[in-house]
Design a protein around this ligand. Sequence first.
Ligand code: BGC
Length: 449
Amino acid sequence: MHHILSARDFGKNFQWGVAIAAAQNEGAAGEDGKGASIWDAFAKRPGKIRGGGRPTTGCDFYHRYKDDLLLVKALGFTVFRFSLSWARILPDGTGKVNKEGIAFYHKVIDECLKLGLIPYVTLYHWDLPQELQKKGGWANYFINKWFNRFVTVCAEAYGDKVKNWIIINEPFGFTSLGYMIGRHAPGKTGLENFLPAIYHTSLAQAEGGRIIRNLVPYAHIGTAFSFSQVVPHSDKKEDLAAANRVDILMNRLFIEPVIGKGYPIDDSFKFLEKLQLHNKAWKFADRLQFDFDFIGLQYYFPVVIKYNPLVPYVQATEVNAKSRKVPHTAMGWEINADSFYRTIKRIWLYGGVKEIVITENGAAFKDEVKNGIINDTERIDYFRHHLKAVLKAKREGVNIKGYFAWTLMDNFEWSEGYTKRFGLVHVDFKTQLRTIKNSGYWWRDFLNG
Ligand code: BGC
């Protein structure tokens, strides 16, 4: 008989969640005392966001959280991951606490608990208060002091209700796109921004872990990394070396200091040596370590890399999925579940990782609404294949505790604005009407199967 994949195959303690993020979902940008974030400011700069979208309204989670949590429940999930907006809680990033901001997340958490949804809270999902960016943001030495205060305020406010904490979402994502390439907020470029941002972010994730450990009894603490399998374009020596450099950046840069290996300084990739020199980082190597209860693993796609001497420092470029004529999503990201399996195994085989939670995985497609129905079969296939990859790794002994789909509903997709849809629920951004996509119904059946 043909075996239909079901949630039961993963064991009864496996946690099934769906994830969102403050800047992408909440909207209510200037409401109830919230300060501006770097995304509010960045989106105002012409040409930065595709289609000109801004996070001002998002999908209005701030006002619709009760209905949206009902949707989470209706789809059968038992865990809900969301992030706290630093500028909603501390409008200037430091200084005065905004009581209404604190109250909002109490309401969200209480509603989760009422519905029987376990809250997973992300402390930083890319929306730095703009006031702190004016002082240099993640490139400023004082960011660690500011971040520690924010973490302390949150732990003290929510620690008795929330046990699952994710310190930082994808450190490589926001430091590279926001402080080196300039494609994401705050739009900074160059090593003079990137290197200090790397160092301060790795310190923040470990210090944040320690603060939660001290303030929240029985906490289950993780931090979330993006990983991609990096495949060399050919067997030529220069392509192999280029792929290795990209691998160091995309996969090793942030996890290795945490698990006690220090920064991945490679003789063939000299530029990272500057990291060591920066702030005399080697002196503080032990402060970059933290014994996380779990590592949040986020996976979307593999990359194929070839040597390109014209690209500064990394001397490598991606050979994109479209030109390779392989299946890809609306983001242009290759669809490859085997590479997900390999990524999970690799992180597990590092040693030093106690538990893995898949904190994000999902795909954007050009969804069409026909007679009120969104038949997103490609997304269903994406999930089905990627879940099989998780199950295979789990059966081979990897301690995977849970899986979170990205994302509950279509939302503000950073520099892609509202033009890319990742949701299990479709959002009409003019009316805020929600329509469950067929992938959402697929999840419901899968979780109840
Ligand atoms: C981020 C999400 C984002 C998703 C799709 C992840 O890198 O954590 O915020 O929407 O990828 O791009």
